[in-house]
Design a protein around this ligand. Structure first.
Ligand SMILES: Nc1nc2c(ncn2[C@@H]2O[C@H](COP(=O)(O)OP(=O)(O)OP(=O)(O)O)[C@@H](O)[C@H]2O)c(=O)[nH]1
Ligand SMILES: [Mg+2]
Length: 295
């Protein structure tokens, strides 16, 4: 006796079907194949009819119309591909920068875990992570994760910023609102360097000036900080333009020549906000991130 498994292993599906039917109903097999043949013949005739109709139609239509139709189809496909490529490139990277000690790492943890992780130390490596913002973890529906990078403020580690700028959707420049005045010059220099980078200017990467540590009563207001930074950048611009062109490291010049510098003159959008990484009052930062990384 043949094993049922053997029937399955040998021959095509059609053979197996015939073998099975031969065993079960020996008579209707010829009827089934006849039916099949008739159906195939019918299909052949129908296809031939359609082909003839299509040929007749094409012959009637002027060639210019056919070429235009092909052109429209090709253009639509091309447009579709371009849109897909463009969509894939939309970045979700937000870069946190600023002088050392301004509170970037605390903000990073607040955004990720909703906690300040007290006791942060000067960072020696960029802190990087892709996650759904802590405040959005309870949200229903799909939320796009954010790729957040916290670049250390130490002057020797700052060049790391250039690794992340090409893919940045937005930059957050953090300023210590308490210890602002003693660091105003250094912060302005760093900010000037960022605002004149080719990547930032050409791609018009939006920048948020984030006045952090506003939980302290001695913190300066964001308007005061903005004005002081504008004044300092104005001075820097004058001194840097006075240098011989060979010495100028910056790739682009800032603002409008002959006018006092204001952030509103920048090619990229510069906005200002306040946070406290320590207390978790970071709603303005979260809002900025979501404006540039759509959920
Ligand atoms: N009062 C107050 N202190 C803060 C706040 N955010 C951070 N700090 C303190 O500031 C210090 C520096 O914070 P970090 O987050 O480590 O600073 P950073 O910008 O990452 O510094 P680098 O890694 O050196 O670039 C820590 O002692 C924090 O506790 C804040 O919102 N309010
Ligand atoms: Mg840090």
């Amino acid at each position: 006796m043949k094993q049922p498994g053997f029937v399955f292993l040998s021959g095509s599906f059609r053979e197996i079907q015939v073998k099975f039917l031969r065993q079960a109903h020996p008579v209707p097999i010829s009827f089934l194949t006849k039916m099949d043949k008739e159906k195939i013949e019918e299909l052949k005739i129908q296809t031939q009819k359609w082909l003839n109709e299509a040929q007749e139609f094409i012959q009637k239509v002027p060639p210019i119309q056919i070429y235009s139709a092909i052109g429209v189809v090709l253009f639509t496909i091309f447009l579709f591909i371009i849109i897909r490529l463009f969509k894939r490139k939309s970045s979700n990277t937000i870069v946190l920068t600023g002088l050392t000690g301004c509170g970037k790492t605390v903000l990073f943890y607040q955004l990720r875990d909703g906690s300040s992780h007290q006791g942060t130390v000067t960072s020696m490596e960029p802190n990087e992570g892709t996650f759904v913002l802590h405040s959005e973890t309870t949200k229903k529906g799909k939320v796009k994760p954010v790729h957040l990078v916290d670049v250390p403020g130490h002057s020797r580690l700052r060049p790391k910023l250039d690794d992340f700028l090409p893919q940045a959707a937005a930059i957050v420049f953090v300023v210590d609102a308490v210890e602002f005045l003693p660091n105003c010059r250094a912060a302005s220099e760093y900010l000037y360097d960022i605002l004149t980078k080719a990547n930032v200017v050409k791609k018009k990467i939006p920048l948020l000036l984030l006045c952090n540590k506003v939980d302290k009563v001695t913190a300066h207001t964001k308007d005061f900080i903005r004005k002081q930074l504008e004044k300092e950048i104005d001075k820097l611009r004058a001194s840097r333009t006075a240098l011989s062109s060979a010495d100028i490291a910056n790739e682009y010049t800032l603002g409008v020549p002959g006018e006092a510098f204001a952030f509103s003159q920048c090619q990229n959008k510069v906005t200002i906000a306040e946070t406290s990484g320590l207390t978790g009052d970071i709603s303005q930062l979260e809002q900025f991130i979501r404006e540039h990384v759509k959920p």
